[in-house]
Design a binder for this molecule. Sequence first.
Ligand code: MCN
Ligand code: SMO
Length: 788
Amino acid sequence: GPHSKTPQVAARAVGARVQRHEDPRLLTGRGQYLADVRLPGKLHAAFVRSPVAHARITGIDTSAASGLPGVHLVWTGADAARFCSGVEGVLNVEGCVPTVMPLMATDVVRYVGESVAVVVADSRAVAEDAADLVSLDFDELPVVVDPLTARKGGPAANEQLSDNIGLLGGATFGDVDTAFDEAHRVVEATYYTGRLAALPMETRGCIADYDWTSQNLRVWTSSQVPHYVRYCLTAYLEFPEHRVEVLTPDTGGGFGQKAHLYPEELIIPLLARELGSPVSWVEDRRENLMAATHAHEQFVTIAYALDEQARISAVRTHALGDGGAYHSVPWSMAVEPWCAAAVTPTGVYDIPATTYVYEATATNKCPVGAYRGVGYMAGTLAREALADEAARACGMSPFEFRRQNVVKGFPWVNPQGICFDEGSWLETINMLEKMVDYPAFLARQAEARERGRYLGLGLSVFVESSGESTAMGAVHGLPDVYHDTATVRMDPNGCATVTIGLTTQGQGNRTTMAQVAADMLGIPYENVTVRAGESTSHAYGSGTLGSRGAVVAGGAVSSAAHVLREKIIAVAASMLEASPDDIQLEDGSARVAGVPDASVSVTDICTSIYFDSTVWPDGFDPAMEATAAYDPSRPMFSNGGHAVIVEVDAFTGFVKVEKVYSVEDAGTIINPDIVDGQIRGGVVQGIGAALFERLVYDGDGQLQTTTLLDYQVPTMDVSPPFEIAHLCSPSAHTAYGVKGMGESGLIAAPAAVLNAVNDALTPFAAIIRELPATPERIFDAIRKSREQ
Ligand code: MCN
Ligand code: SMO
């Protein structure tokens, strides 16, 4: 296959710190986000959202809203239900019970913010005024808020799920019981990860334009999965798929929140068809915080059985997710606890036995969905926080304890039978220890304590599945199928246009895919234009998610470019009267090996392919356009780690993150600047998760955090200095050996931050196991320990 040939391709652009093409346009305000899409006669929608967490709707009066000047139409849940009874959410793992989420609530509302009606008007302002005039009569139902009591039965959050169970299952691999019976020591703890918002800077939104004469439907949506949205428009609403085009303009962040199908994305096209006018919906921040999927909230109880040498002989995990009122589509409330329990517990450690239970409980809250590192963050938090606790219990340094347990040889097969082909798991630990200069830190920490200042160092190492693929699903027992395509076209002057099925939310994929194509075609990357996510009419993509872009789009681009590379080489050989085997293609020219003067530029080759058939070899096909699909044949795993230094103010409980050290191994790196930026962004989100961010519901199921005054996001002033280092264990199965990394920062940073806080708190014998570690939680923990 083409990838076996990549070693012969000269790396010029791949690996270079090429500046992102995207930035001049985006940073000077020339981006075209969803709200910037202009269409003549565009109308605006506003949703009426439930003010209560759980109630039976007894009546909706829309007459006042309909009568407001400028209002074109008001629909209730019953109107939408004529077209679709709802979207089914389920994860294809054992023990997952599906739910159907109506497009808008019809008889019962199940969380604050669930939509019950929609108004379309001349402007968003009029639509919002009219939405306020829709009056709702309801009988309140018992509200289920606490997942720990909800799972024991009692009132149902959603009667589709008996005992509020959206997911319950588990498995055992190896002799766990004997390991725990014979353990020298057992360490166990429960960690809670807060309910988070993925909080893309651009909120969700959708615009639809329908032409009844041709049945053509165009839908602009701020989405990571436009091809899936298009498929669903046909599957649920029967719009003819070949007449549906889904367009993704510039997208101001997705972070997993936009890797879903939202009912709003089905309702807006129905309204556009009904009204014969384009209809736009752009949510505000309050809607985004109330009704766009929430994330990450879990209780993870984890235990290690340790032998006399502090080796982990077995791990036992119970992960419980607070799933909200429905399964989100398609990832569901199950993916968080399932992944935390079934995928993450052994991590980089050579643990021979594992047992786990995963559980998702329905509550009357916004459905939980994907957020960067879905399932991995909570699982990694539990595993790595317990590793630091175990190290303390064994009287070892966090580096030493991990070194004792880390897998040291590859390939390694974990207890579940999943094979890890390569990695730098031990090297990561050693490198972080060197980067932080551990003995110097210990001296500085001791000296600071003398002066009443409390420094802490926290460590967290990880391995993550990347390049989400059919093969990755299969090893984890998920039947999902993935692939992406790319088309590469070369013009008569030797420039290339690459179209990928991947969308981009800020990752810089247009730049990196230009780098990949440039090297395969032997041309400068400036001569490559990449079109990404503009329309589902060109190229296919399974979505920008699961850190799959570099691997999957990279594989498709290099495969397609390889077809053209062979043609360029064939014509060059003919023009230079040499054998194709002797042609070297790089830096914009084809040369004959060993013959210094024999060369021809790629520009001249392409011009000849288009305009001079006399140079064509026999039977040459001049189509300078190729499309290829890619889906990696094997799962691949990236690894790395973070060491974080914090200072805790013992009087106020405030934490200052002094410095972050990161080590990343994502195989071959296409663009180091982009990868480092991904690490920084992900780690800062992790600092937010560890110290600040939480969505809070009160006992009535009212969301208390509906503005950015209440929901604290990390900003530049809490972004610490970074030191980032790279290791490289390339995959043998991908173009250039790349592996994915877009989620790694958020996966492992919260554990490192929490571990650092707890290290700082050791003089107080206080420990925090709940995120976020807010000043009040830290203050309380210190006060309690002082009172004892
Ligand atoms: N890259 C590289 N070399 C590698 C691996 C990656 O140069 N060996 C580059 C890629 O080409 C890409 C970036 O690093 O430009 C991230 O690549 P990858 O790990 O393949 O992740 P994806 O492109 O699939 O992006 C998805 C990933 C996910 S799942 C979430 S969630 C997340 C993340 O990206 N959402 C983001 N990072 C984000 N960054 C921004 N700005 N906005 C989001 O919404
Ligand atoms: S949560 Mo990322 O979209 O896999």
